[in-house]
Design a protein around this ligand. Structure first.
Ligand code: KG4
Ligand code: ZN
Length: 333
């Protein structure tokens, strides 16, 4: 069975062709560059850029996969959460194809897509595991009891962890998005240079908070001269990462112990972070739990994960209605 996946929830236009549950025939991802000058995603521009790009990305995905238009058996598109103007482009494109080619259509929850990215590449991932979805828009700790059965244990009360990375990158004069650059700088900086606050680390809950950390970095940078900032840029990046990541690791390990799971997976853009992977691996091995993470191209927003989630969702619920609308604040249930 061939599934066409479509993802346009934020600033990546992506179309993929996936065979059955796990064979990626193509996964074309176009990251919008237009937002770089603004230090964040501009919703109206994101929608317009998706409109300009979707047809070309679709053609390329079909060409790379070696399939003809209409050869697919199922069409899956993200319907939320995300930016409404952006979601509508991919969703309507998918529904149009489904109507035109008379194929079943399935509307996919973007968060379930991130969860599916691990099922897509790790056939040995235990059905029951803890997953941490960490991106520019989300910080959610989820107990997975097999595909489709989730219990959200905690999430951010304010900023997402990726958002904190991007804001700190801006304060340090790095480009947008800045996560990757902080990751790189953090490798050469002094992690003990400054102890930034670990938001809600002692709280019993599995929730997170990143606005205090972001403000603490802003205040620290404000008090530095230009030359001091130049001298300590890598140290601030490394110290910021230690604070941001320690909370993720501590809460994930606590949840793994409490729910007695044998495995933990990461997904979302921040899951590519080298220091986080190192820390998770180290702490999970101490409790004899296995660690799973998708390759970087499947961490970031992509349509292969949407096709994979759509294929499984279709198996559970059958097709979605062609009236399915975009739901910007869609939750994982
Ligand atoms: O999943 P994604 O592509 O889009 C959203 O759904 O938000 O995630 C993008 C986020 C950005 O905030 C970016 O700075 C962050 O992931 N990111 C990283 C790294 N690579 C991307 N954060 C930390 N370390 C990285 N290596
Ligand atoms: Zn995402």
């Amino acid at each position: 069975m061939i599934t066409l996946g479509i993802e346009t929830s934020c600033d990546e236009t992506s179309v993929a062709v996936v065979e059955d549950s796990d064979k990626i025939l193509s996964n074309v991802i176009l990251s919008q560059l237009i937002h770089k000058g603004y230090g964040g995603v501009v919703p109206e521009l994101a929608g317009r850029e998706h409109l300009k790009a979707i047809m070309t990305v679709y053609d390329e995905a079909l060409k790379k996969a070696g399939v003809q238009a209409g050869d697919f058996d199922l069409i899956a598109a993200t319907y939320g959460p995300g930016l409404v103007g952006a979601l509508l482009v991919g969703l309507n494109f998918g529904k149009g194809l489904a109507y035109g080619y008379d194929k079943p259509f399935v509307a996919v929850n973007h968060l379930e897509g991130h969860i599916a990215s691990n099922f897509l590449v790790h056939p040995n991932l235990p059905e029951k595991h803890i997953t941490l979805i960490i991106s520019g828009g989300h910080t959610s700790l989820v107990l997975v009891n097999g595909f489709g059965r989730y219990r959200v244990l905690g999430q951010t009360k304010d900023d997402a962890v990726g958002e904190a990375y991007d804001k700190v990158a801006k304060l340090l004069g790095l480009g947008y998005p800045g996560g990757e650059q902080i990751d790189r700088l953090g490798r050469i900086g002094d992690r003990k240079y400054f102890r930034f606050p670990r938001g809600v680390i002692r709280e019993e809950s599995y929730d997170f908070s990143y606005s205090g950390l972001k403000t603490a970095v802003a205040l620290h940078v404000r008090d530095l001269s230009e030359s001091e900032l130049e001298q300590h840029r890598a140290d601030i990046a490394a110290s910021f990462q230690e604070a941001a990541l320690e909370v993720l690791v501590v809460k994930t390990i606590r949840a793994a112990k409490e729910f007695g799971v044998e495995a933990v997976s990461l997904s979302g853009g921040v899951a590519s972070n080298s220091r986080l992977k190192e820390l998770m691996q180290k702490h999970l091995s101490k409790i004899k739990a296995r660690f799973f993470c998708p390759p970087p191209e499947l961490c970031t927003d992509n349509a292969a994960m949407i096709a994979a989630a759509g294929f499984r969702r279709f198996g559970i619920d059958g097709p979605s209605d062609l009236n399915a609308n975009a739901v910007p604040y869609l939750k994982l249930v």
